[in-house]
Design a protein around this ligand. Sequence first.
Ligand code: ZN
Length: 421
Amino acid sequence: MNALTVGLVCFLLFYFLLHNLALRLNARSASKELPPEFRGTYDAAEYARSQEYTRAQSRLDTASSTVNTFFLVGFILLGGFAWLETAVSALQAPWLVQGLVFLGSFAAIFELLNLPLELASVFGLEERYGFNRTTAATFVLDKLKTYGLTAVIGAVAASGILLFFRAFPQFGWLLAWAFLALFMLLLQYVGPNWILPLFNRFTPLEEGPLREAIKDTARKTGFDLEGISVMDGSKRSNKSNAFFTGLGRKKRIVLFDTLINRHTPAELSAVLAHEIGHFKLKHIWKKTFLGLAQTGIILFLLSLVLHYKTLYTAFGLNGTPIYAGLLFFAILYSPVNLLVSLATNALSRCYEYEADKFAAKAIQRPRDLSSALKRLARDNLSNLTPHRLYVCLEYSHPPILERLRHLNGLEPALTEAEKEG
Ligand SMILES: [Zn+2]
C-alpha cells in the first residue's frame, strides 16, 4: 500500500458518505404540503405515493452504493487485482487477449455483484409502484443482448486504446483519440439503425391530429423532420419519454407509446418544441464537442501516468501490464470525474432552461409545456422537492418546480408581445 492507495480509498469513502448524505437530505426534504403549482394535478394520496417512491428509491440506492464501494475498497486492499492478473497471465495468451480478459473479468464481477440489486429494482420496487411491464423472458433476453453488444463495443474501444498506447508511447494518445472519435461517430449511426431495433419495435405514427400538430411545430421552428416513429416503450415500463435520432440535418423523432397515450397533441408539440430548441441552440453540438475535448484530456493524462510503476504498486501489482494501468487510471480518475460531472450537470441544467424558453416562444403558449411537465412528473412519481445538494450531484435537468416557475415567468412577456402584435 502506498500514498496513492490511501488517497484513493479515502476518496471512495468520502464520496460514499457525500452521496448518502445527499440521499438522506433528499428523502427528508419532501414537504408535507403539495406545492400550489400541482393543485389539480395531484391528489393527496398520489402525492404521498410519490414521496414513498422517492424514499424507496433512496433505500435501494443506499444498498447499491454500500455494496459497490465496500467491494471495490476490499478488492483494492485485499489484493484482488494481483490475483486477477495472476489468473490472466496463466492463460499464456497474446497480451491483447490477456488485456481484454482482464478488463472483461473486472466488468463481469461488478455486473454479477449488481444483478440482485437490479432484479430488486425492476421486479420489486418498479413492480410495486406499477411501473414494471418487463417479463422475466424479456429481462433475460435484454441482458444477453446487452452483454453481447457491450463485449463487442468494449473490446473494440479497449483494443484501439491499448494498441496505440503500446505501439507509440509518445503520441499514442492522439491516435487513440482520433480512433475513439471516429468510433463514437460510427456508433451514432449504428445505434438507432441497428442496435435499437434489437430491443424495440418502431412504427410510423399514423395520420391524424397528433401527426399534424407535430409537423406544424416542426414547420414553425424551421426544423427538418425526416419522420415520426412510435416506440413500444410499454414493453418494459409505464414510464414515458421521447428522443431524436439521425446524423446531419434530417432528424427522426421517436415517441414512446406510453407518452402518446397520456398527453394531448398540444402538450406533445410543446415537448417537441423543447427538443427542437436543443438543436437550434446548438446544445447537442456543444455537448458533443465538450465530450470529445474531455476524452482527449483523459487520454493525454493517461499517457502521462501509464508508465509509472507507482500506479501499479498502488493496486498491488509487481509488473506493469498497460491493460491493468488503463483500469487503474479509470478508478483513480473518479475524484476528477466528480468535479467534471458537477460542472456538466450545471451546464446541462442551464441548457434545459434555454430550451424551455425557445419552446415557450415557438408555441406561444408556455402553459402547454407546463401541463406536459406536470403530467410527466405525476405519471413518473417524480420528486417535486429534491434537496439542493442532491440536485447539484445528480440532476441533469432542473427540478420540476423551478422549471414551472421559469415558464410561468415567460407567460406575461408573451401576452404583452401578443397584445402589441
Ligand atoms: Zn431538454
